[in-house]
Design a protein around this ligand. Structure first.
Ligand code: UDP
Length: 342
């Protein structure tokens, strides 16, 4: 039984592609738009291969409202999941206008078209970055947000405000904001995973690239944080678990359950791991050594953050299910597959 058609923007990206798979497997029809600025068209074929379902794909930039409008006429969407955005923190500092233009205009276009075409449900990719350096740990959805350190982070905060105000103003519009912690891993099929361009910014792809020999050593940014081993602490969430959170969010909107027009959920494991712990856990899980060196802190990094996930558990019935070891092994299998290593 088909449950409805969902527009997935940024569906060729890391989280978007894994979510598209979970949605199709849960019985939704998926239409992907992606401008391929940070992804590859082969991902669309991989989604079709995993799900044995042809996927509707349009190479469209969400800042192009006319092109999007045509798709809203062509398909009767029941909901939108909006992933499409730029996400490199450092780049956003160097080129803030590019980030504000792309991330905010895309969102505004989507919301305007949703209202015009009466598509009343949106799930938005938010981020733990909205909490800044939190005063309390773990962070709950009620923990006050702090001014973000980067234009990228600010676009996530502004996007949340834009969606919240819209859900308040336009009758019937419903939104779920998912604040992702640190996604990692790959699909168990080995057909999709993270595809960083150039030198990876994120920790896990840097670890796997070092393990496979593309990078000489991992730099651990900061060894003097006020944490047990001095390295920074994050909450690393399996990308398939994270993708499944979107399916349950969609089910919640479909069934009309919900406490307000705009709801927010933390999507993490509830467990904080330090950079050093993660590296050592990777070494144990895979049996592969990762040469590393502790260097200066990276500008803009927070010291420690992990999620209180009880709201997602209680309201969505969602919890992370995969172990860190399992996900590290999936990330490693994906890296080896990319490099043709056995
Ligand atoms: N990190 C690191 N070396 C790297 C990349 C990241 O030590 O090459 C650290 C980074 O300083 C942070 C953690 O790993 O403490 C997670 O960083 P990532 O960029 O993956 O995600 P973020 O939490 O910044 O969104």
């Amino acid at each position: 039984m088909e449950k409805g058609t969902i527009l997935v923007t940024g569906g060729a990206g890391f989280i978007g592609s894994h979510t598209a798979v979970e949605l199709i497997e849960a019985g939704y029809r998926v239409v992907i738009v992606d401008d391929l600025s940070n992804s590859q068209e082969s991902v669309i074929e991989a989604i079709a291969e995993i799900t044995h379902t042809p996927v509707d794909f349009y190479e469209v930039d969400c800042t192009d409202k006319e092109a999007l409008n045509e798709l809203f006429f062509k398909h009767k969407f029941n909901a939108v999941i909006h992933f499409a955005a730029f996400k490199a923190v450092g780049e956003s500092v160097e080129n803030p206008l590019m980030y504000y233009h792309n991330n905010l205009l895309s969102l505004i276009n989507i919301l305007e078209l949703m209202v015009e075409h009466e598509v009343m449900n949106i799930v938005f990719s938010s981020s733990a970055t909205v909490y800044g350096e939190p005063d309390e740990l773990p962070v709950t959805e009620a923990t006050p947000t702090k001014p973000a350190h980067s234009p990228y982070g600010k676009t996530k905060q502004m996007a949340e405000d834009i969606i919240r105000d819209s859900a308040r103003a336009y009758p019937g519009l419903r939104a779920i904001l998912l604040r992702y912690f640190n996604p990692f891993g790959a699909h168990p099929s080995g057909l999709i995973g993270e595809l960083p361009r150039g030198v990876p910014n994120n920790l896990v792809p840097f670890i796997t690239q070092t393990a496979v020999g593309i990078r000489k050593e991992l730099s651990i940014f900061g060894g003097d944080y006020h944490t047990p081993d001095g390295s920074a602490i994050r909450d690393y969430i399996d990308v398939v678990d994270l993708a499944q959170a979107h399916v349950v969010a969609m089910e919640r909107m479909r069934s009309g359950v919900g406490k307000s027009a705009c709801e927010v959920f933390n999507i993490g494991t509830g467990q904080g791991l330090s950079v050093l712990e993660l590296v050592h856990q990777f070494e144990r899980a895979t049996g592969v050594k990762v040469p590393y060196r502790v260097v200066e802190r990276r500008a803009g990094d927070v010291e420690q953050i992990w999620a209180d996930t009880s709201l997602a558990a209680n309201e969505l019935g969602w919890k992370a299910t995969r172990s860190t070891d399992q996900t590290l092994r999936a990330a490693w299998a994906w890296e080896k597959h990319l490099r043709g290593v056995k």
